[in-house]
Design a protein around this ligand. Structure first.
Ligand code: CO
Ligand code: CO
Ligand code: CO
Length: 307
């Protein structure tokens, strides 16, 4: 992205420069549009569930900015020579259900014939220009919350290998298919300072984007991390997505380990599909927030500390 000539415009409240979840464009004093797109390859076998997950994943970037989705369009790459149209119908039905759940409207889409199946949404959302939640507002003293368990990439790898137990696959599937809507609404009520959703770059990658954009360091308590039950069994069997190692390679020089993370280390780098929101709340408003507190924001210069 650095090679691009990054556009500047007074209407553009959030653009390419800060690696945030979506673009935000101010239309008037009380309305800004949020624009985002996301599409993915299958992470589960069931096409209806995959449609739900891909849609929840795409809609999440609107919730991460503190907004509400207005409209969505399907983005489809489908191998017509390999798969029945019935599969596509189920995927689209799963996605449509999620769009409806948000209250947004599905208004169209586009598909191409492709060797590998991919599905997702382009989403337009709305927000008040003064209430945009970026990844740049975290302050020392804030408490950090994570709204979905880690290990979704490892479970997806176990599912692909045919080795995931039905119970674990179901827990991961329902976590991925669930919307970040309620967490987004709750954080706004509590005067959230910063938020991002945890997706392909894992907790460390997206946490570092927040730390750098905010000019702080994130301190994470290993023992407080929510993880999918049974996931360590799969990671110990080597069922770890390649991207977890790529993330580790890219980000490990920004991570300080105060204690040995042991077998939990790989979870910090595990790429999440439709992961939870990482939320920085002012500590005086964080009491009783209904998701796990995983650490705090401290003074620093864009690092990630594991204690
Ligand atoms: Co995002
Ligand atoms: Co995204
Ligand atoms: Co078209």
């Amino acid at each position: 992205m650095r090679s691009l000539d990054i556009p500047q415009d007074p209407h553009l409240l959030v653009g390419l420069a800060t690696g945030d979840d979506a673009g935000v464009y101010k239309i008037s004093e009380d309305l800004a549009l949020i624009q985002t797109i996301d599409f993915i390859t299958p992470v589960v076998d069931d096409p209806f569930l995959f449609g739900q997950i891909a849609a929840a994943n795409a809609l999440s970037d609107v919730y991460a900015m503190g907004g509400e989705p207005l409209m969505a369009m399907n983005v489809v790459c489908f191998p017509t020579c390999k798969l029945e149209m019935e599969v596509l119908e189920k995927i689209l039905a799963g996605g449509l259900g999620k769009v409806k759940e948000t209250g947004a409207l599905l208004v169209g889409g586009h598909s191409v014939d492709d060797l590998e199946l991919k599905y997702g949404l382009a989403v337009t959302g709305a927000i008040h220009p003064q209430e945009v939640v970026t990844n740049a507002g975290a302050r020392p003293g804030d408490l950090l919350f994570l709204t979905k368990p880690l290990g979704l990439g490892i479970v997806a790898t176990a599912i692909k290998g045919g080795l995931a137990s039905p119970a674990v696959a179901e827990e991961a599937g329902s976590a991925m298919a669930s919307l970040n809507r309620e967490a987004s609404r709750q954080m706004r009520k509590r005067g959230v300072h910063a938020c991002t959703d945890v997706t392909g770059f894992g907790l460390v990658g997206h946490g570092l984007e927040m730390a750098k954009a905010s000019g702080v360091t994130l301190e994470i308590e290993l023992e407080r991390l929510p993880i999918i039950e049974g996931v360590l069994e799969y990671s110990s069997m080597g069922l770890i997505p390649a991207m977890a190692y790529e993330n580790q390679e890219s980000f490990r020089s920004y991570v300080d380990y105060v204690r040995d993370p042991g077998e939990l280390e790989i979870l910090l780098y595990d790429p999440q599909t439709s992961g939870g929101l990482l939320i920085a709340l002012p500590s005086d408003k964080a009491q009783g927030f209904p998701w796990p507190c995983i650490g705090r924001v401290v003074k620093g210069d864009g690092r990630f500390r594991v204690v």
